[in-house]
Write a protein of this length. Structure first.
Length: 88
């Protein structure tokens, strides 16, 4: 499962978001209410980018919700990525 960080400006719909995540095959691992440009940060695990994109679009379809999704990599993943870099 891949890990994603989703930023949202609508913490009022957290329960609905968690249900949508399940229907998309994703799991909300944690949610934090924050100060700043976004009101909520959710840590989500999803099987792939397609499932996570479906979740983002589904939450946006609720109306008046702005989100941004970031793909998160573990330290081990990052080491693998750096190890595959092609030197110019």
């Amino acid at each position: 499962m891949a890990t994603y960080v989703m930023l949202s400006d609508s913490p009022k719909r957290t329960d609905a978001f968690e249900e949508m995540a399940k229907k998309c095959g994703a799991t909300v691992r944690d949610a934090f209410w924050t100060r700043g440009e976004y009101d909520m940060v959710a840590i989500v695990e999803a099987p792939d980018d397609i499932s996570m994109t479906a979740l983002g679009l589904s939450s946006g379809a609720l109306g008046n919700v702005r989100t941004q999704t970031l793909r998160a990599f573990t330290l081990a993943d990052t080491k693998t990525i750096v190890g595959k870099m092609v030197k110019g």
